[in-house]
Design a protein around this ligand. Structure first.
Ligand SMILES: *Cc1c(COP(=O)(O)O)cnc(C)c1O
Length: 392
């Protein structure tokens, strides 16, 4: 039995059956390259789901985390530490707007904080419901799940304690219709990630900002997948030309270490009173040191150029299974003419590339933000044969 099969078998015996168990067990990585437990090498165009922003084993991340864990690994929120302050200041500086930060350990927790902030606002103002987008994804804990617009993962865990109304993503008039003076907050991803890397039509997010301004609803931008350089901008909303009231971050922020952030701008930054929220691990010194290393070493110009190279390379492929390419920066989906993404993922792995069958007809590419031109060219060169293999 191969090491991959052995680990997979043992995983299935020891773990709850909530994941479709993947066939590959990764042992180590370096930059965009990873090796599985049988010694096979792959180019990683998944990036741990848009997380491994500096790639694998980046020397700066290794150094920052090693130094911090050898100095002080944990303080709890009963004591302050400098890395958390440096990180919060750094994020606010990149955002260029006055705000306040709460640090969590994951995306769903960042959204829980946003949800509780919004609930406080709603109670104070006597407002009663939330609006979120169909097919949107905000996380798996009950609060974030209640805002997640995917019935298959949501409905069996309802009813939820709060009224959430769903609107089609990208439709500004449907949003306008749904948001009244009784609406607490609107939760939106600037590009829908899990739905298939789906950017909205131009002007949609600015319209959402205007609708919220006109009604007094808070606008929450879930940038858990879209921020920290993924689109070639620090934050996707900066390119979209709007500022949310609340912003949530996670995935790429820690470069692989678990960290999330909820940032409130203006009045939304001071809605929590002492005792309203907290986390034992949130803002952990090691995770903060990792995030600071990520922010120090990301090169947005590289992301823009590499993203354009990947996109134009894929767009130049003429293949009956490839219908198009969508997304932003180094965050793309190849859209298939038939629902064969699982076959594409399998054929890609056999050819030495990790890609993600995100939707039946969409394959996500979210490589480390340090992916090289040569690595991009290798994927583009291999992709037609991968498609042909998958079409059979
Ligand atoms: C991944 C994701 C989440 C959930 O993050 P977790 O760290 O898995 O809890 C929430 N929102 C968006 C947009 C995401 O992509």
């Amino acid at each position: 039995m191969s090491n991959n099969n052995d680990i997979r078998h043992r995983f299935e015996q020891a773990f709850m059956p909530n994941y479709g168990v993947p066939p590959v067990a990764l042992a180590r990585g370096e930059g965009t390259r990873v090796w599985d437990v049988d010694g096979r090498q792959y180019l990683d165009f998944v990036g741990g789901i848009a997380v491994s922003s500096l790639g694998h084993a980046h020397p700066a991340l290794v150094e920052a985390v090693s130094r911090q864990v050898a100095t002080i690994a944990h303080t709890s929120n009963l004591f302050l530490h400098e890395p958390e302050v440096l990180l919060a200041e750094r994020l606010l500086g990149l955002l260029g707007a006055p705000g306040r930060v709460f640090l969590a350990n994951s995306g769903t927790e960042a959204n829980e904080a946003a949800y509780k902030l919004a609930l406080k606002y709603g109670r104070r103002e006597g407002r009663g419901y939330f609006v979120a987008a169909e097919n949107g994804f905000h996380g798996r804990t009950i609060g974030a799940l209640s805002l997640t617009g995917k019935q298959s993962i949501r409905d069996q865990f309802g009813p939820f304690p709060v009224d959430v109304r769903f609107v089609p993503y990208g439709d500004a008039s449907a949003l306008k219709e749904a948001v009244s003076g009784d609406c607490i907050a609107v939760f939106l991803e600037p590009t829908q990630g899990e739905a298939g890397v789906v950017p909205p039509p131009d002007g949609y997010l600015v319209a959402a900002r205007e609708i919220c301004d006109a009604t007094g609803a808070l606008l929450v931008a879930d940038e858990i997948q879209s921020a920290i350089g993924r689109t070639g901008h620090w934050f996707a909303h900066q390119a979209d030309g709007f500022l949310p009231d609340i912003l949530t971050l996670a995935k790429g922020l820690g470069g692989g270490l678990p960290i999330g952030a909820c940032i409130g701008f203006g009045e939304a930054g001071t809605l929590f009173d002492k005792g309203d929220h907290g986390s034992t691990f949130g803002g952990n010194p090691v995770a903060c040191a990792a995030a600071l290393a990520v922010l120090d070493h990301l090169d947005l110009d590289h992301v823009k150029a590499a993203g354009a190279r990947l996109r134009s390379g894929l767009e130049a492929i003429d293949h009956p299974l490839l219908k198009g390419v969508r997304g932003r920066g180094l965050w793309l989906a190849t859209v298939l003419s038939e629902p064969r993404s699982a076959e594409v993922q399998r054929a890609a792995a056999a050819a030495g590339f990790l890609v993600n069958a995100l939707q039946p007809d969409a394959v996500r590419l979210a490589p480390p933000l340090v992916v090289t031109d040569g690595e991009i060219d290798a994927l583009v060169a291999a992709f037609p044969a991968i498609l042909t293999e998958a079409a059979q």
